[in-house]
Design a protein around this ligand. Structure first.
Ligand SMILES: NC(=O)c1ccc[n+]([C@@H]2O[C@H](COP(=O)([O-])OP(=O)(O)OC[C@H]3O[C@@H](n4cnc5c(N)ncnc54)[C@H](OP(=O)(O)O)[C@@H]3O)[C@@H](O)[C@H]2O)c1
Length: 253
């Protein structure tokens, strides 16, 4: 797969192609029993090589990749598109972390690589940007910025979370036109339960799910236990077999 899979080109941005609002894609990989991780949040490799590569193509199609701070702490991901041919010189996506209390570990891999591989800056990686509450103490903000990350202060909601409906305007203020939200469970749930943007339009444009032919049993569900009520109706736009996995692209109705 040395170029973008055609089914992504044909089906991913169709729901927002005519609007200037940032496009929001939610994506995850799950087992047949709807789990995205093992017990205690233990990372499980669900995607096979073909769907993993497809995920990197999808990353390259978005301006930013976003995860919740727990995923950063538990998985310590790199959030790059480094499986793609370097000869294509594709701009790397911007990593964004939703982290209301600024728990961001300054030992994390995304920051460590940013600091220790300056030759790769702008080629395979970008500076991590951490979106946190405007009430975070200034000393803590300075500490994280001093370690090399950018901190973006935003208003929190009454649950002390970053309100999903405000993400489009945050993205616009940062000059980002699209985001791929990769998890974890709490972040996926909160976006799936928030149907509208501040301007009344649909919040989530696309949902892309990789289903791996395996069971996890005890583990972390796509949405946390008890939050499976009030999920939106989805319409399947396309299904593709990728190696052992099935990939579904859906639109929120
Ligand atoms: N299979 C996959 O595709 C996949 C992908 C990614 C992650 N995962 C798995 O997901 C698990 C982590 O999921 P998780 O649910 O524990 O954590 P998470 O969704 O990664 O992060 C949740 C945290 O994000 C912060 N947050 C900011 N705004 C929020 C909002 N509007 N709503 C909710 N939280 C918000 C909160 O931090 P505070 O608590 O500080 O307020 C919250 O605790 C890991 O086990 C990881 O392996 C799987």
């Amino acid at each position: 797969m040395s170029q973008i899979p055609q089914f992504l080109v044909d089906n991913l941005f169709t729901t927002s192609a005519t609007t200037s609002r940032p496009h929001i894609t939610l994506t995850w990989a799950q087992s047949l029993d709807s789990k995205i991780a093992g017990p205690g949040g233990q990372r499980v490799i669900l995607s096979g090589p073909e769907s993993m590569l497809m995920t990197h193509w999808m990353r390259s199609m978005h301006d930013a990749i976003l995860i919740g701070v727990n995923t950063l702490i538990l998985d310590n991901p790199r959030l790059q598109a480094n499986l793609l041919p370097p000869s294509l010189n594709l701009p790397p996506p911007q990593p964004l972390i939703l982290d209301p209390k600024l728990r961001f570990p300054i030992t994390s891999r995304i920051l460590n690589e940013w600091n220790t591989k300056p030759d790769q800056r702008g080629k395979t990686m970008r500076q991590p940007w951490i979106i946190c509450g405007e009430n975070v103490p200034t000393e803590r903000v300075r500490e994280v910025e001093g370690a090399g990350a950018r901190v973006v202060l935003v208003k929190l909601d009454d649950r002390a979370h970053i309100p999903p409906s405000s993400l489009p305007s945050i993205l616009t203020s940062l000059g980002l036109r699209s985001v791929m939200i990769e998890g974890g469970s709490r972040i996926l749930s909160t976006f799936l339960h928030c149907p509208k943007r501040d301007d009344g339009s649909k919040l989530v444009n696309s949902v892309v799910v990789t289903v791996a032919p395996m069971f996890i049993g005890e583990g972390i569900g796509v949405v946390p236990e008890g939050e499976d009520v009030g999920l939106p109706a989805l319409k399947t736009v396309h299904t593709e077999k990728m190696g052992k996995d099935a990939v579904m692209i859906c639109a929120v109705e």
